[in-house]
Design a protein around this ligand. Structure first.
Ligand code: ZN
Length: 244
């Protein structure tokens, strides 16, 4: 059994049917993260085509400034969604600093409402690693899946101490930073992900169908020098702790 703990199925656009077929054929349990409400509704639709797809509601930091509704309107989605994602802050890829206030407003609201409901949150921390760590720490909350971490190792160590989970992504085997992060993450907190078709494309030019997760697992198993089956079992155990 494969588990893709963070992807974006709506990014497949016209290739979505092929992507869902790939998920079903390879039996890939998939946490389908959302960018906004529209994206969440699409993910809920895809989940009707596959028992392996779990739609997750979130508003991505890239979409935060576009959200014009009231924060209260988000509560029903948070309540409905078993796992929350993608939420977070991005001070690197988002250069327009005028969006940062909106990012913080949405992130802090969804995080607080998720904490009240004891839900796991999948978090994008780009350039905001310390700020997000502080938000979790302040609430003494570790039900977080830190997605594709690429910040300072000293901050990573703080997240590890807090007891968060982490996803390693498609750049494993291509990027020293990914190896350095993987070195630190305890096996008992490790998950893997593909982050949609464009993430692998960004890394090596290949369009990333869901089964790219199999290659991520192999690369992690080679790098960690653990048997692939042992790694997959460990990832499954971690995932089960999250959904219980
Ligand atoms: Zn993502």
């Amino acid at each position: 059994m494969h588990i893709d703990a963070h992807t974006h199925l709506d990014f497949f656009k016209e290739n979505i049917e092929k992507a869902i077929e790939d998920i079903n054929e390879n039996e890939i349990l998939t946490l389908a993260n959302s960018m906004d409400i529209e994206s969440y509704i699409k993910n809920k639709g895809y989940s009707k085509q596959s028992k392996f797809i779990k739609p997750c509601f979130g508003i991505h930091p890239w979409k935060a400034a576009e959200y014009k509704g009231s924060l209260e309107n988000l509560i029903s989605y948070i309540e409905e969604s078993e796992i929350i994602g993608e939420i977070g802050l991005d001070y690197v890829w988002v250069e327009d600093i005028s969006t940062y206030e909106a990012q913080r407003r949405i992130f802090n609201f969804i995080l607080e409402e998720s904490i009240k409901r004891n839900k796991y949150v999948s978090i994008h921390t780009k350039g905001a690693e310390e700020e997000i760590y502080n938000a979790l720490k302040r609430n003494n909350y570790n039900k977080a899946i830190i997605h594709w971490y690429s910040g300072e190792i000293s901050t990573l160590e703080k997240y590890i101490k807090l007891g968060c989970y982490f996803t390693v992504s498609v750049d494993i085997g291509y990027c020293d930073k990914a190896n350095e992060v993987l070195d630190k993450i305890p096996l008992s907190k490790l998950l893997i992900e593909t982050d949609g078709p464009t993430a692998l494309e960004w890394v090596n030019g290949e369009y990333g169908y869901p089964s790219a997760i199999i290659d991520v697992a192999k690369k992690v198993s080679d790098y960690k020098k653990i048997e692939l089956d042992d790694l997959l079992r460990s990832i499954e155990e971690n995932y089960l702790k999250i959904i219980n």
